[in-house]
Design a protein around this ligand. Structure first.
Ligand SMILES: NC(=O)c1ccc[n+]([C@@H]2O[C@H](COP(=O)([O-])OP(=O)(O)OC[C@H]3O[C@@H](n4cnc5c(N)ncnc54)[C@H](O)[C@@H]3O)[C@@H](O)[C@H]2O)c1
Ligand SMILES: O=C(O)[C@H](O)COP(=O)(O)O
Length: 620
């Protein structure tokens, strides 16, 4: 029997140069989970099948090899990563050690859509719009979008989630660069560096025109006290400024530790001499700086924006500059990038501009490139990324502990859905976890996702994974509820049993109905292997690695032998058998694990055994 390890389920090594993987080479229709074949090398299986499977907690990624007929098997079978904007060399090297890398910059949206169905991952910066059309055009192949930077406002996250595509970013490597650029803009704006430089280069010497303002003692309002905002605050403090910050979600103690007072939006904008913007562009922050809010600012305020252009209503800013309410602005980011050449804002004498250079230092670009390359390779390799933007984070230790239960969860989902009679329409699924752990000491998101995957993937055309599981259930109008029952067993194991209940449906196998009229099956992990332990009101004990036949019968001698011999005569190998009964010579359920799917005749013969009341074949 294959050993199912955490690694093989969740973190299979899919290094295309490795020849010692234990990951199965193809996705069979009956197995969505790793069939662990330690003796099959990844390369060998690639060359045979011209396809490979990456399996992890996020689901299954299947990528067809090229059908070009070339003999370069490695090239054919590696994943393909499209890099659509300039990425640091160190990152490209990381990518190339794992995948075929296509660096195609300046693609039009049409060109991007054309390429995307041939790639497993896409890496972008802020200049590529990863729209719904891109996900649609990928036809399910695109599994990871890596944003080489922080802002993910150029990626349609909703569409990514719907299509089960993981979005990861590189949120830390450019923080200092952006903060330094903010400080550079603040200082150069205050001292008219850009304007006086241009003036001198035009042959002038205008010392009286470019008298600046001092920073020391002035109040700086940092809007968005996250990574960049707090680094700006730290640096501006060193320049002798008084710092206040507005951030509805920032912890006050983090601000206090830096000697920064967290204040309301109103207080920040009405009291500051300088306002530096560091919040993300969201529906709430879009154009939050507008005629009304500029109108409340201190006359002569100066504004720095290294966040996103869209947080400012740019026409309103031009008006505020013209009226003198805003004395100066220093902008690195714009609503439309690049902005039109005749933009009044860019051309304004009191505005200093840079072309989105906040993250553009050598150091930051190398850091970002490595950070995103490792995140993308990790995701394709089966790891849950620490920087996933649209998937719930499940810590690595939780993941490894839950690994065998993940297999159980998916199989239970898959069994449960096959018990539903056609046309019943599932409306609600309840999952009951019995565990000795405290109620809040069990993260069930991954298990829930796998149950949803087990239920819906066989009946839908989409891959379902941790990213899109909840969305899929919701979209199909199915309510998933969970219940935790604390039981008196060993807290060493995270879960004792998992029960899947489907209410308000008919079952094609009446024996699977519990006393309260729900389809109910229960399983547990024994020795690392998923077992079915209960069907309806009947206790059974059969491993659920291969497919199953469930028979309901009157308990009497010879039943196991009769069914076993029918299967034996038809060369169907039985892996496990278990009988659960409600009482001696009363009704019983026989659960039979089979290695092969019996043909119709064989199943009919089983059904014809007089004591057998009903039977069902369940494909795993
Ligand atoms: N110009 C550049 O090249 C450059 C470089 C890096 C980051 N950025 C941008 O800077 C911004 C901040 O980046 P970060 O790494 O600090 O992100 P972050 O997530 O660490 O910080 C953002 C902060 O904004 C806060 N926030 C959210 N909504 C807010 C609101 N309505 N009002 C005030 N604060 C709000 C959040 O609570 C968070 O603390 C992002 O928009 C990012 O894209 C630009
Ligand atoms: O959000 C970011 O990380 C910055 O805006 C950097 O964007 P860029 O990668 O396009 O320089």
């Amino acid at each position: 029997m294959a050993t199912i390890s955490a690694k093989s389920i969740l973190v299979p090594k899919i290094s295309s140069s490795s020849s010692n993987s234990n990951v199965s080479s193809s996705r069979s229709s009956s197995s969505f989970l790793p069939s662990v074949k330690p003796t099959i090398s990844l390369k060998a299986s690639y060359s045979k099948s011209r396809s490979f499977v990456i399996k992890n907690g996020l689901g299954t990624v299947e990528t067809k090899g090229s059908s070009s007929g070339t003999n370069d098997v490695t090239k054919e079978t590696k994943p393909t990563i499209l890099v659509s904007e300039k990425l640091g060399e160190a990152g490209i090297e990381v990518l190339e050690s794992f995948a075929n890398v296509d660096c195609s910059y300046n693609l039009t949206p049409e060109e991007l859509c054309k390429k995307i169905s041939n790639v497993d991952a896409l890496i972008v910066r802020s200049g590529t719009k990863v729209s719904r059309q891109v996900f649609e055009a990928s036809k399910g192949r695109l599994k990871v979008v890596g944003r080489a930077g922080v802002g993910i406002d150029n990626v349609d996250l909703q569409a990514a989630t719907e299509f089960g595509c993981l979005v990861v970013n590189a949120p830390t490597a450019n923080t200092v660069a952006a903060a330094e650029h903010g400080i550079a803009l603040l200082s150069s704006m205050a001292r008219n560096v850009a304007q006086s430089d241009a003036s001198m280069k035009a042959g002038k010497w205008e010392r009286n025109k470019y008298v600046g303002v001092s920073l020391v003692g002035k109040t700086l309002a940092v809007m968005g006290f996250g990574k960049v905002g707090s680094e700006v605050a730290r640096r501006a403090k060193g320049l002798g400024m008084h710092i206040i910050a507005h951030d509805p979600y920032a912890p006050a103690d983090r601000a206090r530790a830096l000697g920064v007072e967290l204040v309301s939006f109103e207080k920040a904008i009405t009291t500051a001499d300088f306002i530096s913007l560091h919040m993300p562009l969201t529906p709430t922050t879009s154009k939050v700086f507008n005629d009304e809010t500029f109108g409340k600012m201190k006359k002569g305020v100066r504004i720095i924006n290294v966040a996103r252009g869209g947080v400012i209503d740019e026409d309103a800013l031009v008006r505020a500059l013209d009226s003198g309410v805003v004395a100066q602005a220093a902008l690195d980011v714009f609503t439309v990038e690049p902005p039109p050449q005749d933009s009044k804002l860019v051309q304004h004498a009191n505005v200093t501009v840079t072309p989105h250079l906040g993250a553009s230092t050598k150091e930051a670009q190398e850091g970002v490139a490595i950070e995103i390359a490792e995140a993308v390779v990790g995701a394709l390799n089966g790891e849950l990324s620490a920087t996933a933007v649209n998937a719930p984070m499940v810590p690595a230790e939780v993941l490894s502990e839950l690994a065998p239960y993940v297999v159980l969860a998916e199989k239970l989902g898959k069994l449960a859905v096959q018990l539903v009679a056609g046309g019943s329409g599932i409306k609600s699924v309840k999952v009951v976890y019995k565990s000795a752990r405290d109620r809040d000491d069990l993260d069930t998101r991954l298990l829930r996702a796998m149950i949803i995957k087990g239920i819906f993937e066989p009946i839908s055309s989409n891959f379902i994974n941790l990213v899109n599981a909840d969305y899929t259930a919701k979209e199909k109008g199915v309510r998933i509820s969970e219940e935790r029952i604390v039981v008196d067993s060993s807290p060493e194991f995270p879960v004792d049993t998992v029960q899947v209940r489907i209410a308000n449906v008919e079952s094609k196998f009446a024996g699977a109905m519990s006393d309260n009229g729900e389809i109910c099956i229960e399983g547990k992990v024994k020795g690392g292997v998923p077992h079915l332990t209960c069907v309806g009101s009947f206790s059974v004990d059969v491993s659920i690695e291969e497919s199953l036949i469930l028979c309901k019968q009157v308990d009497q001698p010879g039943m196991i032998g009769r069914v076993g011999s029918i299967l034996g005569q038809r060369n169907v190998n039985v892996s496990f058998m278990s009988v659960g009964r409600i009482g001696v010579r009363k009704q019983a359920i026989m659960a039979i694990g089979v290695d092969e799917e019996p043909d119709k005749d064989t199943l009919k013969q089983i059904g014809d055994v007089p004591a057998i009341e009903e039977f069902v074949f369940l494909d795993l």
